[in-house]
Write a protein that binds this ligand. Sequence first.
Ligand SMILES: O=P(O)(O)O[C@@H]1C[C@H](O)[C@@H](CO)O1
Ligand code: GUN
Length: 291
Amino acid sequence: MHSKDQICHEDYQRTASWLLSHTEHRPKVAIICGSGLGMLADALKCQDSFPYSDIPGFPQSTVQGHAGRLVFGELKGKTCVCMQGRFHMYEGHSLSKTTFPVRVFKLLGVETLVVTNAAGSLADSYQVGDIMIIKDHINVLGLAGLNPLNGPNDDKFGPRFPPMSCVYDKDLRKMAFDLCKSMGVTQFVQEGVYCMVGGPNFETVAEARLLHRLGVDAVGMSTAPEVVVASHCGMRVFGLSLITNKVVKSYDDGEPVNHEAVLEVSKLRSQTLQSLVTELVSQMDINNNTA
Ligand SMILES: O=P(O)(O)O[C@@H]1C[C@H](O)[C@@H](CO)O1
Ligand SMILES: Nc1nc2[nH]cnc2c(=O)[nH]1
């Protein structure tokens, strides 16, 4: 490690080598679980799991609803690695630390990243409990110059100036929507734009109105940096937001949100989300090389 915030290729390599020597799983898909969505990992068979505190170089999870475990295993015969708990900038991590696992996954051989999050809705037609397939994102922090790719570019991962105009894979989005049809759940499935803000406070009414006018459908405090880093190193990306609350856009009514309520709603759709992600991974066109 060079300085507190600067992470070099060897740091990622060291963590990846440690993991490769502690599990025989060789994942092609990585799944990042959002707040209260850690149960996605419960569907993995033949699990090897590691608390983040045991993994050299890994940051620690500090948020309730993020267990802080890396779980390797199989979803319908496809080898995956699942983060039960992610890292947010508001916890005090640098953006390069919050995205550290994504580059480690790349070195493990992961080709597809599935991101999930809990988010508040701005779109008037959305309901609490809706699942939003992420079509695109607005990275407020990135627009303001806070980007995990800041600093010297690591050409071994990707180019200095990566495009971001088609990040969320169109085929996977269609596959997910078709799966939702066959599961009979399209009445609560949406497709929309996710916006990442820094948090940890939820939005003021004026901020909510601004985001709404910008075309944001759902807002949260994560995901965009992970997706930027994954896309930079050539991974295919698929994302889901679970709408846990409606963001208050009025001074006269609306229930102020809190994290406990967010976690409570996550439970409501846990089974559907688990089935959707499992089926999606099982239908993905990936070569499953086991060690
Ligand atoms: O990790 P995610 O983005 O799912 O977590 C969301 C955003 C905040 O961390 C938290 C607020 O309840 O949930
Ligand atoms: N920023 C933000 N993040 C969330 N995560 C879950 N709900 C919300 C919300 O309303 N706003």
